[in-house]
Design a protein around this ligand. Structure first.
Ligand code: ADP
Length: 294
């Protein structure tokens, strides 16, 4: 965009020249386009369950007398399931918009293990019913991280919920948390020559969290789109409840922690999601020294 402005003398009477400003609006235009796409996707996603609820309730209202009790029950249970879907969608859309607002999220020193344990407690019964083993493996004393308890709980909830959803009977779900790059903490006097991989990885020591399942896995083509809003693998759309927003929320939350979700998957073998969190004293002198060393 080109903006032209007249430049006048102090009295404002005589014209001294013209100032031309060239503004690059590419990012603004892209953001607006992304926003409109999102709103149109949300409207579409909300309309589908709403239309289903309306048509089943309308049929029951107008011609319920002609339906058998089984059919009436079936219609009510479809309307009920669609209401649940609508409610999940609204919650997820609100969560996403909270993350995208300018709100500043407080990151505080916290222990991660209790957050992981709380999530596992929530899912234990569900896992038992499905015959899936839940394992949490970590050092007894994990370094504290800087994070937001509620947001990280939501990350665990989404990732563990997914892992369980897409793992068949008899499968396994393994959560691991460990310092990374581990030698920087465990062996602070090591030189980069002893651990060449250190120089290639994150320069600041962090806590790595992995959630690995032995589930259905994700094909390479789908992996490329897995963090897109509303994206769901075709078979999941038909078999599992979900909105396709869970991983976008995970990505947004981790960005607030200066982190990024990563994943590796093999169809028929399983999927692992992992991310690194900043340690409590990530800005402290001690860690700065370690950074220089690595
Ligand atoms: P949803 O609400 O559908 O779970 P997500 O954004 O959390 O939305 O996930 C998007 C899609 O990614 C899922 O519908 C599913 O197809 C796939 N997916 C996510 N996690 C896993 C996993 N652990 N194993 C296999 N597929 C997964």
């Amino acid at each position: 965009r080109i903006v032209l402005q007249s430049v006048r003398d102090a009295s404002g009477e005589s014209l001294k020249g013209i100032a031309m400003t060239i503004q690059d609006l590419t990012r603004e235009v892209e953001l607006n386009a992304a926003q409109s796409r999102f709103i149109s996707n949300v409207s579409h996603e909300l309309r589908t369950p709403l239309c289903n609820i309306k048509s089943y309730v309308e049929t029951l209202h107008d011609m319920g007398d002609l339906l058998s009790p089984e059919e009436q029950k079936e219609f009510l249970s479809i309307a009920n399931a669609e209401t649940d879907r609508l409610s999940r969608l609204v919650t997820d859309v609100l969560d996403l918009s909270r993350l995208e607002s300018d709100r500043v999220w407080q990151l505080e020193p916290m222990d991660l293990a209790p957050a992981i344990e709380q999530t596992l407690r929530t899912y234990r019964l569900n896992a038992e019913e499905k015959g899936v083993t839940l394992i949490f493996a970590s050092d007894q004393h994990l370094p504290r991280v800087r994070g937001n308890w509620d947001l990280l709980l939501q990350v665990f909830d989404n990732l563990v919920g997914n892992a369980l959803k897409f793992t068949q009977v008899g499968g396994q779900l393994l959560l691991r948390a460990y310092p990374w790059p581990d030698h920087c903490l465990l062996d602070p006097v090591a030189s980069p020559d002893d651990h060449p991989s250190c120089a290639l990885t994150s320069p600041l020591p962090r806590l790595r969290v992995e959630i690995a399942d032995s589930g259905c896995g994700i094909s390479e083509a789908d992996q490329a789109r897995i963090f897109e809003r509303f994206f769901r693998v075709e078979n999941a759309v038909h078999t599992e409840a979900g909105t396709g927003l869970g991983l976008s929320i995970v990505r947004g939350i981790l960005e607030k922690h200066g982190s990024q979700a990563r994943m590796a998957s093999e169809p028929g073998v399983g999927t692992t999601f992992w991310f690194d969190l900043p340690l409590e004293d990530a800005d402290g002198d001690e860690l700065q020294v370690q950074v220089e060393r690595s």
